[in-house]
Write a protein that binds this ligand. Structure first.
Ligand SMILES: O=C(O)CCC(=O)C(=O)O
Length: 259
C-alpha cells in the first residue's frame, strides 16, 4: 500500500482542523539517499545563511528551478496527490528549497506564520516539510500551535510587524496564542509534515552533532495571483497577475489517483 492510499479521511481532517499533519514514509530509503545528495549539491552551488532573523538556516535559492533532481522532488506525484487531497482544490507548486540547520552554530526558528511573507492572493497556501534525515526534537523538528490557522482577526499582519519583532509578533497581535498547546512533531527521514500558511510554528535549535536536512515545497491554490508586499516585490509579475503555468506548474498526480 502506498502513502497516497493511506492519506485517509483522518489525515485530511487533521490538516483542516489542526492546520498541520504528519505523513510517515512519503519517500523510500533510496529516494531519501538520492534527494539528500541532490540537496547537498544544490546548497554547495547556491545558498545563503539566514542571519537577519537569527535562525542561521542555510537555504537554497530557487533550488527546485535549478536542480533537476530537486525539481523531481518538488513535482513528485505522490507528494502532489497527497497535497491535493489535503487541499481539496487544484494546486500549483510555488517553491521548493533545501533547508539545513548545522550543528554547532544552530539557533531556533522563531514563532511565525508563513502567510505574513506570502507574495500571493490565494485561498490556500501551505508547506510540505520533507525530512531528509531523522529529525528528533533535539535536531530541531517543527512545533505547531494546533488550530491557530483558524484564529480570528486579520488574515495576516503587515510584514513590518514581523520585521520589528520576529519572535513575538504573533503573540503580540494574538495574545491568546500564548495559551495554545504546542505540539512538537519528530519525524523520520522520508516523512513529511504539511502545515497551513496561517498555522503558527517554530523549530528548536539543532543540538545534535548531525546536520538537520530537509526540503520544503510550497503549494498554492492554482487560481492564486501575485501580490507583492510593501518593500518586497522580487518577481517579474504584475500585481494581480495569475501565476504562469510554465514557471509555477500545476501539481502532478500519481497515476490512477482518484480524488
Ligand atoms: O525548518 C525550519 O526551521 C522552519 C521551516 C518553516 O518555517 C516552514 O516550513 O514554514
Amino acid at each position: 500500500m502506498t502513502t497516497t492510499d493511506t492519506a485517509t479521511e483522518h489525515t485530511v481532517e487533521d490538516f483542516r482542523e489542526r492546520g498541520f499533519t504528519h505523513v510517515p514514509g512519503l519517500l523510500t530509503a533510496d529516494e531519501v539517499a538520492r534527494f539528500s545528495t541532490a540537496a547537498e549539491e544544490a546548497l554547495a552551488a547556491r545558498s545563503h545563511t539566514d542571519e537577519e532573523f537569527g535562525t542561521r538556516i542555510v537555504a537554497t535559492t530557487d533550488a527546485w528551478e535549478h536542480h533537476p533532481t530537486l525539481r523531481e522532488l518538488a513535482l513528485h506525484p505522490r507528494l502532489g496527490t497527497l497535497a491535493e487531497r489535503l487541499a481539496g482544490m487544484p494546486l500549483r507548486v510555488w517553491g521548493g528549497e533545501v533547508l539545513r540547520k548545522d550543528p554547532g552554530r544552530s539557533a531556533p526558528t522563531g514563532w511565525h506564520d508563513d502567510l505574513t511573507f506570502a507574495l500571493l492572493d490565494s485561498r490556500l497556501v501551505f508547506n510540505a516539510w520533507i525530512a531528509l534525515v531523522d529529525v528528533p526534537a533535539e535536531r530541531g523538528c517543527l512545533t505547531f500551535l494546533p488550530g491557530s490557522h483558524r484564529r480570528g482577526g486579520p488574515q495576516r499582519v503587515a510584514l513590518a510587524e514581523h520585521t520589528a519583532d520576529p519572535d513575538n509578533y504573533l503573540f503580540t497581535h494574538w495574545p491568546e496564542l500564548r495559551w495554545n498547546p504546542r505540539v512538537a512533531v519528530p519525524v523520520r527521514a522520508g516523512d513529511v509534515t504539511f502545515h497551513h500558511a496561517r498555522t503558527a510554528h517554530y523549530a528548536g535549535a539543532n543540538t545534535t552533532d548531525q546536520a538537520r536536512l530537509s526540503f520544503l515545497v510550497t503549494f498554492t491554490d492554482a487560481a492564486a495571483t501575485y501580490r507583492p508586499l510593501p518593500g518586497r516585490d522580487p518577481l517579474d509579475l504584475r500585481p494581480g497577475q495569475p501565476l504562469p503555468d510554465h514557471r509555477y506548474p500545476r501539481t502532478p498526480r500519481a497515476p490512477g489517483a482518484t480524488t
